[in-house]
Ligand binder design. Structure first.
Ligand code: GRF
Length: 230
């Protein structure tokens, strides 16, 4: 055993967030604090399973009822929801409390909750006339999209945006935030306190105005700046 945290990624779709996590951990090399050792989907057809197999990572197809057993069998430390549309039962959210996170393509608590996933989220943002959207990484509890927030970053809504164009812009930020949140959680640099509040980490400049409970990471800021030049 490497001493690194054993991560399971749960995904129902193509798995681009999974790929971002795999690529980020690979880029960290020996400095990484976690390894993705399992990818779980609700259906065999999920593209994320094919990505996992290409990366040599074990895969499983699980129902909500068999999920805890599948995670236990691999001695999973951290659970990451990355576009996972199946219900996560209480036995999992309670057993992995403070060790299970999700990425959502909007600035929670707005535009989240049961039934708000995929393009529906971005359509709701556009229908509301919001001028800013973004991505959120949060701890998972018994309620959809309601757990304590770890990291958020804003994304502009531009004139002529469609749900598809906004989704693509938000996804690029998801690919930056989620891998760093996984590594920070694995490193113990961020945690869920006994009071249910997120603790640890430092606010990274220029994020002074936005909450990023992630360790100081100039490369993150540089990559975000490159996405949205002033
Ligand atoms: C992402 O936008 C995620 O926020 C949402 O579902 C999408 C999954 O995309 N919950 P992918 O499968 O990671 O490409």
């Amino acid at each position: 055993m490497s001493g690194r945290k054993r991560v399971a990624v749960l995904a129902s779709g193509g798995g681009s967030n999974l790929q971002a996590v795999l690529d980020h951990l690979a880029a960290l090399g020996d400095r990484r604090a976690a390894d993705v050792v399992l990818v779980v989907a609700g259906r065999e057809t999920a593209g994320a399973l094919a990505r996992a197999r290409r990366a040599g990572v074990a895969t499983a197809v699980a129902t909500p009822g068999s999920l805890a057993g599948v995670l236990d069998a691999q001695a999973i430390d951290l659970v990451v929801l990355a576009g996972y549309l199946s219900f996560v039962p209480a036995v999992v959210t309670e057993r992995w409390a403070g060790r299970i996170i999700n990425v959502h393509p909007a600035l929670l608590p707005s535009f989240g909750g049961h039934g708000l996933y995929g393009l529906r989220v971005h359509r709701a943002v556009l229908d509301a006339g919001a001028r800013v959207s973004g991505a959120t990484v949060h701890f998972v509890d018994a309620e959809y999209d309601r757990g304590p927030i770890i990291a958020q970053w804003p994304v502009p809504v531009v004139a002529g945006d469609t749900p598809e164009s906004l989704a693509a812009r938000v996804l690029r930020i998801e690919h930056l935030l989620l891998p760093r949140a996984v590594d920070a959680l694995a490193r113990g640099a961020v945690a869920l306190g006994a009071d249910g509040r997120v603790c640890g980490g430092v606010t990274a400049a220029p994020a002074d105005a936005f909450s990023l409970h992630l360790p100081d990471d100039p490369s993150l800021v540089a990559e975000i700046d490159a996405l949205f030049p002033a």
